[in-house]
Design a protein around this ligand. Structure first.
Ligand code: 5GP
Length: 141
């Protein structure tokens, strides 16, 4: 299927929609998920227009995983999380709801419940607080 340039992440990349960013480089952007499954749930996207991992050029895939590793390390430190889920969903049949390829970074603590996928909007001020902690840990990297 053709890439839909009106999807929300494409709009975020064009600054047509706001986001709470934590990291950006020439090929990727990372920002807070507005409906987080746990505190600190962060998304990493390529700037290249690709719906799923399968349409992504190898160099963009490399940049995406490299940024995901870097940001996930900072999320883990910022949230003091002993575990981290990295999730990447391809296609509506698999549960993808935003048709621009992305990695989920979901910090995990023993016994902490995992919220439902894309179901409940978080308080933006709380998200900004987590973002500041993640940015501080990226700076310490
Ligand atoms: P998917 O279902 O495609 O794997 O994940 C999409 C993710 O994007 C979900 O976790 C959902 O909460 C998040 N999301 C949906 N719309 C927006 C938005 O407008 N801004 C941000 N920051 N996250 C969004």
């Amino acid at each position: 299927m053709a890439y839909d340039p009106q999807n929300v992440f494409a709009k975020i990349l064009r600054d047509e929609m706001p986001c709470i960013p934590v990291y950006e480089d020439a090929q990727t952007l990372a920002f807070m998920d507005i409906m987080p499954q746990t505190d600190g749930h962060t998304l990493v996207i390529p700037k290249a227009p690709a719906e799923t991992i399968f349409e992504l050029a190898p160099e963009d895939a490399r940049a995406l995983i490299s940024s995901t590793q870097k940001v996930a390390r900072a999320v883990k430190a910022a949230l003091d999380a002993p575990g981290v889920i990295l999730a990447q969903i391809n296609g509506a049949a698999a549960g993808q709801t935003v048709p621009h390829v992305h990695f989920h970074i979901i910090p995990r603590h023993e016994g902490e419940p995992l919220g439902l996928h894309a179901s409940q909007l978080a308080d933006p001020e709380k998200l900004k607080g987590f973002a500041a902690r993640i940015v501080a840990c990226l700076g310490a990297d």
